[in-house]
Design a protein around this ligand. Structure first.
Ligand code: G3P
Ligand code: MG
Length: 255
């Protein structure tokens, strides 16, 4: 398996599966991740929240209602309670009985088959101000699994990424943005966070901005691209990676 840094030499954009193969499978489940790997994704993106007993859990929302049979906030339930919830039925009856994964289970199952982009959700970062917060739990876990060469940590909560960089077992980080930003702002963000890459909403990326970032040696991943025409365009502009709900379509469009 190539490391994150080695993969930069890849001539085509990285195919990054957003919450797995989430157009066809319930997001952030093992079925979704397995399918994305089978369809040739190079990287899986997944979201990390924290349970009440401080277990990192792979789920996007801070609340359980949208994607599980549970109610209330993820951070108010112990992992053994969360692990009994159904997180497949909301998507389709076919996936009834699918359960939430802890980050530890996900790392165990996926291992180094693909690169991983672990997104620390703001609720998980904000719920912890202690030195053994989500950042330390996550970094230690990734190192215990020996995956430090293939994991990239991103977050909209940029302070959380600073905490990741301060860990003994630090990992590469990527600030996420969901607003327009200038080339100078992005260069500063990259430098201030000692970041590997910048992850910008695809709506705020144009050819000029991308060219400037490339010339500065800053890798750029963008989310979430499901339109084939946009996939091709971003690929032609030389983007580093594209995060999509449909990794198979993305692979086809950029090949
Ligand atoms: O990491 C890219 C993307 O996943 C960020 O937004 O809300 O889908 O986690 P969201
Ligand atoms: Mg995400």
């Amino acid at each position: 398996m190539k490391s994150l840094h080695e993969t930069l030499a890849c001539p085509k954009p990285w195919v990054v599966a957003h919450r797995g193969d989430s157009r066809y499978f319930p997001e952030n489940t093992i079925s979704s991740f397995r399918s994305a790997i089978e369809k040739g994704a190079q990287m899986l993106e997944c979201d990390v929240q924290l349970s009440r007993d401080r277990v990192p859990v792979v789920i996007h929302d801070g609340s359980l209602e949208r994607t599980t049979s549970g109610r209330g906030k993820v951070c108010n339930w112990h992992f053994d309670e969360l692990s009994k919830l159904d997180c497949g039925s909301w998507f389709s009856k076919q996936f009834m009985g699918k359960t939430l994964l802890s980050l530890d289970q996900m790392l165990e199952m996926v291992s180094d088959q693909v690169l991983l982009n672990l997104e620390i959700k703001s609720q998980a970062a904000e719920s912890e101000t202690r030195s053994d917060g989500v950042e330390s739990l996550l970094c230690e876990m990734v190192h215990e699994h020996g995956l430090q060469e293939t994991v990239l940590v991103s977050s909209f909560h940029h302070l959380s990424l600073k905490r990741v960089r301060e860990q003994k077992h630090s990992l590469p980080v990527a600030p996420l943005l969901d607003r327009p930003a200038t080339l100078a702002e992005l260069q500063k963000l990259h430098q201030d966070h000692d970041a590997f890459s910048i992850h910008q909403d695809q709506r705020h990326i144009d050819q000029f901005l991308l060219q400037g970032l490339k010339e500065s040696g800053i890798p750029v991943l963008c989310y979430t691209v499901n339109d084939p025409i946009r996939m091709k365009e971003l690929s032609e502009w030389g983007i580093t990676g594209i995060i999509s709900d449909d990794p198979e379509l993305l692979r086809k469009e950029i090949s």
